[in-house]
Design a protein around this ligand. Structure first.
Ligand SMILES: Nc1nc2c(c(=O)[nH]1)N[C@H]1C(S)=C(S)[C@@H](COP(=O)(O)OP(=O)(O)OC[C@H]3O[C@@H](n4cnc5c(=O)[nH]c(N)nc54)[C@H](O)[C@@H]3O)O[C@H]1N2
Ligand SMILES: Nc1nc2c(c(=O)[nH]1)N[C@H]1C(S)=C(S)[C@@H](COP(=O)(O)OP(=O)(O)OC[C@H]3O[C@@H](n4cnc5c(=O)[nH]c(N)nc54)[C@H](O)[C@@H]3O)O[C@H]1N2
Ligand code: SF4
Ligand SMILES: [Mo]
Length: 752
């Protein structure tokens, strides 16, 4: 059969383009009165409300959507949801605005003659199929790859990973979770035997000592921070961050470590714990391997060495040691300052080790806790079928392949028996011509990936680039041969999993614009167009897929077979995994659950592993030519990543500086010769950017900070990854600064 006849045989366009009629599938379309909305003036009264988990960060706040004739007209944070307790940050309040943006994609677009031309869905499906298959025929099946995301539903991720890998024979696929959570995944897998963040948000409120390492929750997870503020135990709050961030300002102790010296610091803390009798050797040995070796290894991390390598003040270090060795309930929380480093996995494990050896695991207010980034990064870790087989299984294990094949009712030989290349390796394969076609879904790497000049040079190596996004205007979509218009959050349904392993439901409350389709429907249509639609006969709706994903988790640490359906999740206020068959209700009155209360880990012998390696040199550090250390990260609570969504809101735009800002310390002002707010050029060995100077003592001398939301930032960053997790080291690199005014003067006077 040729592709044309395949396309015309599709159950398409009717079912795919079916208009949403405003009917909500939720039985929980609740009465507005319950949410205090009864007080609103009649003109603002909704006819009904429904809940939906926010589609930005991993906190997973529940938003109550106010509906008129089934269409969302407003929202308020849900006061009854156990995560946000009636709170939301600016992005949550503005969640509906990006849906109305004038640059939403409304039809598929094909690049031809230098412009993007609108085409119909049947044409787009044919373009996708013929060109992908042509690449596979000419260069081999593995010459096509995909890059996905932590920002679509678990059901969509599973559809993509299953369609691409089992249906289209694509071996290599990864996601932006690599940029974000790969380190935590690898660290937990190796240490605990499964990728299992142990905490629950109640731990923020039940801890005596909270240590935040490379995490700035005041900006990046504002509602988690509100949970910290509800802690009634008068906790000590420690922030380990080279910058005096908003969170550091609110803490009781700030340790401005030298970037990338956290590994040394945590080995030093372990050494002090051993020396001060804070380690119960018999008890720890009963649940973890490697204790005595660790005691011997950390012996060389003396106070002198730690102070010399981290640059910390002796008194500050001593205070942290005392808090950790004497604190009753110590919790350790880390985010990108740890995950995005050249020795990230071992650093995360040094944090895990400290919790293990001091007994701060499995009890209220404790834990070695990685905070997740995107709304469904946790879903992508379990169900994207990229780095592991659906439900936390292993592609290389024949029993796992057989189990998943049976559940999905497919031939086991369709499941690859090898792992995919990681994100950086996929791009390197594009560079050397092994991969020729790339399908990018819900991520914008032409802004967010490291070393942009190298990334952009890959475009001409690709025979075919497909981008599936809400907007055809992103940096990546503008490079595409084929653009597929996707519905966004609010225009589709499915589930997300938040940082504390809580599964929540998102509901459709808007109709997608024009011919935009949910990713789920795009994958369905592509399956039919490709000729493997029969493999997905049971993949009829997100909830049908959820039932299959549930079955995939049977007997796994993330077993959720006790969940009935979406309504059950909503009735319980979200459900944390695990939730096996025998568990039908979330336990009351303590609805929040943490892992490892029995000190049994997921390795076959039930014991955790204490893992360590000596620190390694940073890929690039400042020198005479490039004297400043470059730090990058989140700039404000109103900006989300590359801004494709948040920049569409006038309110959110007002809440952050309109020009790119580079933070420098007052001591460096004279050296560079700049004034506050002046434009400077920032150069690294890889590229250049310009920004306005903000002179602030919150950044250490000889360091600069740039928010990642500006598209120029990754022109400067280094192409370097952690060897275990292959997560990029976004928070290091050397730069130099020069005032643009001086450059102009030199050009005008003929010196340049
Ligand atoms: N408003 C907003 N919120 C977001 C996001 C967003 O784009 N905007 N993105 C979401 C996502 S996907 C993620 S992953 C999270 C990220 O959340 P965070 O990790 O909290 O945010 P970052 O600003 O990237 O990095 C945190 C801190 O690490 C510090 N740091 C840099 N190098 C080091 C180091 O060597 N050691 C230590 N100890 N600290 C270091 C930086 O100075 C920075 O303050 O935020 C999520 N929330
Ligand atoms: N220098 C530097 N760079 C960084 C970081 C850093 O700290 N410093 N942090 C890194 C981290 S932790 C992360 S997570 C990445 C994030 O980097 P990206 O994933 O590239 O950033 P986003 O802007 O969130 O891109 C998501 C895209 O998906 C689209 N989208 C949203 N919803 C949907 C949907 O439902 N369907 C489809 N098809 N599209 C949708 C949006 O329009 C947007 O274009 O950036 C990384 N880059
Ligand atoms: S904290 Fe995160 S989940 Fe909550 S409203 Fe803000 S962006 Fe949404
Ligand atoms: Mo992230």
């Amino acid at each position: 059969m040729n592709f044309k006849s395949k396309i015309s045989n599709l159950r398409f366009p009717r079912p795919v383009l079916r208009e949403w009629d405003g009917t909500l599938t939720s039985e929980l379309v609740r009465t507005p009165g319950r949410f205090g909305l009864g007080q609103l003036p009649a003109a603002h009264q909704p006819d009904a409300v429904t809940g939906s988990i926010c589609g930005f960060c991993s906190t997973g706040c529940n938003l109550t959507l106010h509906l008129r004739k089934g269409n969302a007209v407003n929202l308020t944070p849900d006061p009854h949801y156990p995560v946000n307790l009636g709170m939301a940050c600016p992005k949550g309040w503005e969640a509906l605005t990006p849906l109305d943006a004038p640059d939403r994609g409304t039809t598929p677009l094909r690049h031809s003659g230098g412009i993007m031309q609108p085409i119909s869905w049947p044409e787009a499906l044919m373009e996708f199929t013929t060109r992908m298959q042509a690449v596979q025929t000419t260069y081999g099946t593995h010459a096509a790859a995909f890059l996905s995301t932590g920002q679509i539903t678990s059901e969509e991720m599973a559809f993509l990973g299953t369609l691409a890998k089992f249906g289209m024979g694509i071996l290599h696929g990864d996601g932006n979770t690599r940029q974000c959570m790969a380190t935590a995944v690898t660290a937990y897998k190796q240490s605990f035997g499964f990728d299992a963040p142990p905490f629950t948000y109640a731990d923020f409120e039940e801890s005596d000592v909270l240590v935040f390492i490379g995490a700035n929750p005041c900006i990046a997870h504002p509602i988690m921070w509100q949970r910290v503020m509800r802690n009634r135990r008068q906790p000590e709050i420690v922030v380990i961050d080279p910058r005096r961030t908003e969170t550091a300002c609110a803490a009781t102790l700030h340790l401005p470590v030298r970037p990338k010296s956290d590994l040394t610091l945590f080995y030093g803390l372990a050494h002090e714990a051993f020396c001060r009798g804070a380690v119960d050797h018999a008890s720890v040995s009963s649940y973890a391997h490697g204790l005595e070796d660790y005691a011997a290894f950390t012996r060389s991390f003396t106070r002198e060495r730690v102070l010399a390598e981290t640059g910390l003040e002796s008194a500050d270090y001593e205070r942290l040691v005392t808090l950790i060795t004497t604190g009753k309930r110590v919790s350790l929380w880390w985010t990108m300052g740890v995950n995005q480093s050249h020795q990230a996995t071992r650093t995360a494990q040094a944090i895990i080790n400290l919790a293990l050896i001091t007994g701060n695991i499995g009890k209220p207010g404790t834990g070695a806790n990685s905070i997740t980034g995107q709304c469904n990064a946790m879903g992508s870790r379990l169900f994207s079928n990229t780095t592991n087989l659906l439900g936390g299984h292993d592609f290389t294990n024949p029993n796992h392949r057989a189990k998943i094949a049976t559940i999905l009712d497919i031939d086991p030989s369709r499941i690859p028996d090898q792992n995919s290349l990681a994100y950086d390796q996929i791009l390197e394969a594009v560079e050397d011509g092994r991969i020729r076609a790339l399908w990018i879904i819900a991520t914008n790497p032409a802004h967010s990936w490291i070393h942009q000049n190298r990334f952009h040079a890959l475009r001409e190596k690709l025979n075919f680039l497909v981008v599936q996004d809400m907007y055809p205007t992103t940096e990546t979509a503008r490079m595409a041969d084929l653009y597929l218009p996707a519905a966004g959050w609010g225009e589709k349904e499915g589930t997300f999993i938040n940082s504390e392993r809580r599964i929540g439901v998102i509901r459709q409350v808007r109709r997608p614009p024009g011919q935009a389709l949910s990713d789920f429907r795009i994958f369905r249509a592509l399956a039919d167009a490709w000729g493997c639609g029969s493999m997905f006969a049971r993949w009829t709706s997100p909830e049908a897929v959820f039932q299959m994903l549930k079955a995939c988790t049977t007997g796994q640490p993330c077993d959720i077979t006790g969940i009935r359906d979406y309504n059950h999740i909503e009735e319980e206020g979200g459900i944390q995994w695990p939730f096996p068959q025998e568990q039908t209700r979330v336990p009351s009155p303590l609805p929040e659950r943490r892992l490892f209360e029995d000190r049994r880990f997921y390795h076959p012998d039930g014991k955790a592993r204490i893992l360590f390696d000596p620190p390694t040199p940073v890929p690039e550090s400042p020198d005479e030519d490039f004297p400043f250390w470059l730090l990058t990260g989140r700039g404000s609570s109103s900006q989300w990543h590359t801004g494709s969504r948040t920049e569409k809101s006038a309110i959110l735009r007002k809440l952050h500086p309109s020009d790119p800002i580079v933070e420098i310390h007052p001591a460096d002002v004279a050296k560079i010769g700049v004034e506050d707010a002046e434009w400077v050029r920032i150069e690294s060995r890889r590229g250049a950017a310009k920004a306005r100077v903000s002179i602030t003592p919150t950044i250490p001398p000889r360091h600069v900070f740039l928010a990642m939301h500006d598209h120029q930032v990754n022109r400067l960053t280094v192409w370097a990854v952690d060897p275990h997790s292959r997560q990029p080291a976004y928070k290091c690199g050397a730069v130099r600064l020069s005032p643009i005014r001086q450059r102009i003067e030199r050009v005008l006077s003929g010196q340049v």
